[in-house]
Every structure is written in structure tokens, then in C-alpha cells.
Design a protein around this ligand. Structure first.
Ligand code: IPE
Ligand code: IPE
Ligand code: MG
Ligand code: MG
Ligand code: MG
Length: 304
């Protein structure tokens, strides 16, 4: 079955690969152009380009664009928030890899930014990507009347991501909170919030009605949690070479993850449950949500 969303026949042949599509490549062009236009020191520009335009999956921009289309909007109307959310995501990865957090040397099959450009530059490039993302929306969002709502979604998602990184790295849980609840809180925030924001921004760009926004928000919450459960599983089941980031890090660092708390089989069952829940939430949207359905199916079976 062919698909207008760039995930059809070839995804069916190899569910583990995420095919590229010109429609989504526009996001990279938008980021590259924005970074080029800003008056940044040359070494900071290089660091931002390295982090934001490296070989990642660009899932969050895809979600923005597909969510916009799911409610009848046009791809180009969602380009600015798509680029902005990827800048925030890239910032989160650079800081996540720092020695003070996960202390990782490898990201996207290459040295992490602090290994390449030093810790000071990695901290500052992360900060810069946050600023660049907000500035992009404030200055470039069209129609301008949407800028405050898009900014609000982006910053709420970003702040929840930061809170999630704190729960993950510097937890201060009440001893009475069971591990599974701590885990859901960590994952919902550190990963789910930005994914939820991506979906909501796309829906807002597409002029979603109340019911559509509710459906897309529910979908974003379910696949946001699913995304991190899969990430936890891949850390245990895949190799460093395949992932392009160090496998086995979560156990080594005693992280609270789904496989650690409930085991591999129950983690896989949780992925299936969340996949079904995501798809059910899209039902009221009909055929325009085909791209989001396809993406959900890919995200449930991805291997990197
Ligand atoms: C990795 O995100 C960090 C998590 C939130 C799990 P991705 O798996 O989307 O990383 P890239 O962007 O494809 O490198
Ligand atoms: C990271 O979670 C979530 C972020 C906010 C970046 P992980 O620490 O599990 O992500 P990876 O495995 O390093 O990509
Ligand atoms: Mg981490
Ligand atoms: Mg990490
Ligand atoms: Mg991980």
C-alpha cells in the first residue's frame, strides 16, 4: 500500500528502517537556514549544526507535520514548530550526554558534542538551541497570532522535559511512591512531554477543533510514553554499533527503566498496549490521520 506520508511500501518491507522523505527534509533546511542567519560565534554555530543536523530520526518534527495534516492542515504551516521542537530535542540530547548527566561518548554514531567540542561548548550550545527555538517561533511563526500558543506548548514541553531529567538523574521521591509510578512520572516528563507538545503544536497549526486537539493530545501522550519504553528496551536488546549510542548504559547507571522494573516481556506488552491505545485515540480523525497511524506502528517496532 503506498502512502502520501513517506512511510508506506518500504516501511512494510523493512519496519526497522525509517525512510526519508523530501517533505520532512524541509525541516532540516529550515533549521540550517535559521542557524546560518543568526549572528552566532563561528564555533557555536558549528556546534549547533553538529548537534541539530546530525543523523537522527527527526521523529518530533514528523509528529508536528503529521498532526497538522491529521486535522486537515498543510505541511508547510507546521514547519516552524517542527524545526523548533527538533532544536529543543537536540538541546536535550546534548545535555543528557554530559558527564554530569548520563556521561555518554557516543550519539548518533558519532562522538557526543562534549567529546568533540568540549564540555563548555556543549553546555552553551544546548542553551543556544533552546534560545534559537523560541526565537524562531516568536519571529517566524505564521500566522503571527498563533505564535503565543505555539510558544506556550513548546516551553511547557521543554520545562517538563527538564523536570523529567531531574527525576531521572537527581530523584527526590517519597519512599512510599512505588517504582512503577516513579517510572511513569520520569518517562512522561523526560520524553513524553516534548512528544505530546509536538503533536499539539501540529494540531494547533492545522486549526484543530476541541475534539481533534483532545484526540491528538491523547495520542501524543500514549506514543510519548511508548517511545521511552522502546528506548529502554533497545538499550538492553541492541548493540552499540546498531544504536549509534552506548548500549547497556541504563543498567550500568542503575537507571529506573521498564525492563529493570517489570522485565522484558511485560515491557513489550506495555509497548503493545500503548500502541493500541494510540491507534484507538486516532479513530475519530479518520483517513487524515493515516500518517500518524503509520508512524505509531513504526515507533512500536523500531530497532534504533
Ligand atoms: C533519544 O531520542 C532520546 C529519547 C528521548 C529517548 P531519539 O531516539 O528520537 O533520538 P534521535 O533524535 O533519533 O537521535
Ligand atoms: C533521554 O533519555 C531523555 C532526554 C530528555 C534526552 P535517555 O537518557 O534514555 O536517552 P538516550 O538513551 O541517552 O538517548
Ligand atoms: Mg538520560
Ligand atoms: Mg541518555
Ligand atoms: Mg535511553
Amino acid at each position: 500500500m503506498s502512502s502520501p506520508y513517506g512511510l508506506g511500501a518500504s516501511a512494510a518491507r523493512d519496519r526497522a528502517a525509517l525512510p526519508r522523505s523530501d517533505r520532512f527534509d524541509a525541516v532540516d533546511h529550515c533549521i540550517a537556514e535559521w542557524v546560518e542567519r543568526r549572528p552566532l560565534p563561528g564555533n557555536l554555530r558549528d556546534a549547533v549544526r553538529y548537534a541539530a543536523l546530525g543523523p537522527g530520526k527527526r521523529m518530533r518534527p514528523r509528529l508536528v507535520i503529521l498532526s497538522c495534516e491529521a486535522v486537515g492542515g498543510r505541511c508547510e504551516d507546521a514547519l516552524i514548530p517542527a524545526a523548533a521542537v527538533e532544536l529543543i530535542h537536540a538541546f536535550s540530547l546534548v545535555h543528557d550526554d554530559l558527564p554530569a548527566l548520563d556521561d555518554d561518548d557516543l550519539r548518533r554514531g558519532r562522538p557526543t558534542l562534549h567529546r568533540r567540542a568540549g564540555e563548555a561548548m556543549a553546555v552553551l550550545a544546548g542553551d543556544a538551541m533552546l534560545g534559537l527555538a523560541v526565537e524562531l517561533v516568536v519571529r517566524q511563526m505564521r500566522p503571527r497570532t498563533l505564535a503565543p500558543a505555539i510558544c506556550e506548548e513548546l516551553i511547557l514541553g521543554c520545562n517538563d522535559m527538564i523536570a523529567g531529567q531531574v527525576y531521572d538523574t537527581l530523584p527526590e521521591f517519597d519512599g512510599a511512591v512505588p517504582p512503577i509510578e516513579r517510572l511513569r512520572l520520569i518517562h512522561r516528563n523526560k520524553t513524553g512531554a516534548l512528544i505530546r507538545a509536538a503533536c499539539r503544536m501540529g494540531a494547533l497549526c492545522g486549526g484543530a477543533g476541541e475534539g481533534e486537539l483532545r484526540a491528538i493530545t491523547g495520542y501524543g501522550e500514549a506514543i510519548g510514553l511508548m517511545f521511552q519504553v522502546v528506548d529502554d528496551l533497545l538499550d538492553v536488546t541492541q548493540t552499540t554499533k546498531h544504536l549509534g549510542k552506548t548500549a547497556g548504559k541504563d543498567a550500568e547507571q542503575n537507571k529506573l527503566t521498564f525492563p529493570a522494573v517489570v522485565g522484558l516481556a511485560a515491557s513489550r506488552a506495555e509497548v503493545r498496549r500503548l500502541q493500541e491505545a494510540s491507534l484507538a485515540l486516532l479513530e475519530p480523525l479518520g483517513e487524515t490521520a493515516a500518517g500518524l497511524r503509520e508512524l505509531c506502528e513504526y515507533l512500536a517496532v523500531r530497532t534504533k
